[in-house]
Design a protein around this ligand. Sequence first.
Ligand code: GN1
Ligand code: MG
Length: 368
Amino acid sequence: MITNEIKTAFEAFERGGSIVSVNQITAGLINATYLVETDKKEKYILQKINTFVFKNPDELMENIVGVTKHITEKIKEAGSDYKRENLNFLPCNSGEYYFRDENDGAWRMYIYVDEALTYNKPKDIDTFTNAGRSFGRFMKLLADYPAQTLHETIRNFHYTPARYENFLKAAEADIKGRKAVCEDEIRFVTERKADTHKLTDLIAEGALPIRVTHNDTKLNNVLFDIKTDKGICVIDLDTIMPGLSLYDFGDSIRSGANKAAEDETDLSKVGIDLALFEAYADGFRSETAESLCDAEIENLAFGAKLMTFECGMRFLTDYLEGDVYFRTTHPEHNIVRARNQFRLVADMEAHMDEMNAIVSKYKEKYMK
Ligand code: GN1
Ligand code: MG
C-alpha cells in the first residue's frame, strides 16, 4: 500500500519517478521493509529502521556505508558486478544515507537486486553450501577492514554472558506473570551457564581473533540468483560489528540446518540436519581456508550450539518481557521459538561428536 509516510520517505531520496507499487517484505523480524517500484520501472528497497533496536541510525549507516564501499572496491578490482554483488545504498537530499521523517522515523533506501530470491529453508544441499560460501566470502572481503572503526550498533550483541544476565533479570522481574509457564526453559538455560562464557574467555586469553563479522547470518539474509541458485550477496547489514567467525558460522547453522523452521511447534520435527551442517561447513571453509586459525576451527561446532542457545535465551527473555523486541504474530510466538531453539541445542549436544568430526574432515580438505 502506498501510504503517505512511504511516499514522503521515498521522495526524500530524489530518484525521480513516482511510485506505482509498494509491497512489504516480512521475512525479517526487526525493520519494516518495502519493495518500491516506480513508473520508470526502477525498483528499490525502502526500509524503516527499527530505532527501538538500533538507537543510533547515524552510527548504523556509517558502518554500513563504510563496509559496502569497501566491498564495492574489492568487487571492482576483481572485475565483477558491484551493482549486483553488493548492496548499493543511496544518499537522500540532505546528503546523509538515511532520512528522518517528521515523526522521527528513520528511513534508508538501496537499489533492489533483481532476479534474486531468499530462502527460509534450504531448497537443497547445494543451496546451503552456497550460503556458506556467501558468508565466508563476506568475511574474506572484509578481512582488511579496520574493525576498530566500526560502531557497536547493538551493545553486547553476541556477548553471551550479558545476554544471560539480561535473561536472569527478566525472569526475576517477571513483569508479565509468564514465568510459571516457562520453568523448564528457565532451568534449561541456567543449567548451561558455563557455556555462556566459553568463547568470551577464549577472547580474553587472546586465543580467538576479533574480525569484522555480519552477526546475523540467517539463511534468509543471503540473496540467491534465480537462474543459477548461487549466492549473489549478503543483506541485512545492521549488525556488522567486530565479532567472531564462530558467530557467523554458528548463526547460519542455527537458522539453516534446523530440520524445522525456528517457530515450528511440533518439537519432534526439530533437530540438527548433519548433511546440511556438512554442506555449510564445506562452503564456509572453502572461502575461509586461508584465514581461520586452529582455535576457531576447533570451536565451530560449539559456536553453532552457542548461537542457538543464545537465540533461544533471547526469545525467552523477550517472552518474559512482553514481546517488545522480536516481531511476533501471536502471544505464544516467542516461547514457541525458545522451546524450538532449546530442542535444537539438546539435539546438537547429542550429536556434538559427529559435528566435530565433520569440521575435522574439512580442516584436512582446506589445509593451509
Ligand atoms: C533477527 O532481522 P532478522 O530477522 O534477520 C535478529 C537476529 C535473530 C533473528 C532470529 C538485529 O534477525 O539476531 O537471530 O531475528 N536480529 C537482530 O530469527 O536482533
Ligand atoms: Mg534479515
